[in-house]
Design a protein around this ligand. Structure first.
Ligand SMILES: C[S@@+](CC[C@H](N)C(=O)[O-])C[C@H]1O[C@@H](n2cnc3c(N)ncnc32)[C@H](O)[C@@H]1O
Length: 260
């Protein structure tokens, strides 16, 4: 099946470098839903970061730098890089001195500090690249032996474009009420044209979970742990908190660089 999102392909192709798309992303990150998501991810990621505060940490494709800045509160040096200039400008605001931000491409040479990173984080950005294996390969090169690569992905079985949150007819008319998760046939995306579009038409790529795992394994990593990022406290409200409480919308994959 040709998925309907691919139909948007012929529209103008926005990127996070376009001012409006960057602003939309910043707005989401700062929204109530964004805050819920950030809290859940922060908790999950921090539970796998090194105990040693002298650690050097890399935040690859850091976006607005919310996670980078938070990691800089604990660790000696943290570097965030991204290909979006407007997002980096926003990231630099209120950054601590041990936290730097640089424009770079995860598929090319990744910026380094004066020694290899102890851990790298690649959060919600694997879907932004067509060939994430190339990104894992680059991330492996800047990580110390035995260091961790923490990858957070939208769960391909439940998240967009397979999963779409929709209100029923009454909810649409009234403009309120819970949204329900509607699942499109997964294999249409796994088999079909991989490109899909978020709101604002930013092109993204559908990667299956086995592909993500195998790409990282083939880039010199071993899988240490895979976790669903869920929210424990129940919520009767609608929105991201409700979604994350009821479905594993986000997955965290913790890899360890193989010793050479
Ligand atoms: C969905 S955002 C996630 C940002 C951030 N990690 C977060 O969790 O909020 C995806 C990010 O990947 C960045 N990105 C996309 N392709 C990239 C590339 N080839 N190299 C570096 N950054 C890239 C985008 O600019 C954007 O900031």
């Amino acid at each position: 099946m040709k998925n309907s999102f691919v139909a948007l392909k012929n529209k103008k192709r926005f990127t996070y470098n376009d001012a409006e798309s960057a602003q939309n992303y910043i707005r989401y990150v700062e929204s109530a839903d964004g805050k819920v998501e950030r809290r859940a991810i922060t908790q999950a990621v921090f539970s796998h970061l090194p105990e040693n505060k002298e650690g050097y940490i890399l935040d690859a494709a850091c976006g607005t730098g919310w996670l980078t800045r938070s990691m800089a509160e604990k660790y000696a040096k943290v570097l965030g890089f991204d290909s979006s200039v407007p997002l980096l400008e926003s990231a630099k605001k209120n950054a601590l001195e041990n936290c730097s931000f640089i424009e770079a491409d995860v598929l090319k040479e990744i910026p380094t500090l004066d020694r290899p990173y102890d851990s790298t984080v690649f959060c919600l950005a694997a879907h932004d690249v067509k060939n994430p294996k190339e990104a894992y390969f680059q991330l492996e090169k800047v990580l110390k032996d035995d260091g961790k690569m923490i990858v957070v992905v939208a769960n391909p079985y439940y998240s967009f474009p397979v999963g779409i949150w929709k209100r029923g007819i009454l909810g649409k008319i009234l403009g309120k009420g819970k949204t329900r998760l509607l699942l499109n046939p997964y294999n249409d995306f796994a088999r079909g044209g991989r490109e899909f579009h978020w709101k604002g038409s930013i092109p993204s790529y559908f990667h299956t979970l086995p592909e993500t795992l195998n790409d990282a394994l083939e880039s010199g990593f071993q899988l240490e742990k895979m976790e669903e990022i869920r929210i424990d406290d129940g919520s009767h409200a609608t929105g991201r908190k409700w979604q994350l409480h009821n479905y594993p919308m986000l997955l965290m994959l913790v890899f360890r660089k193989e010793k050479k």
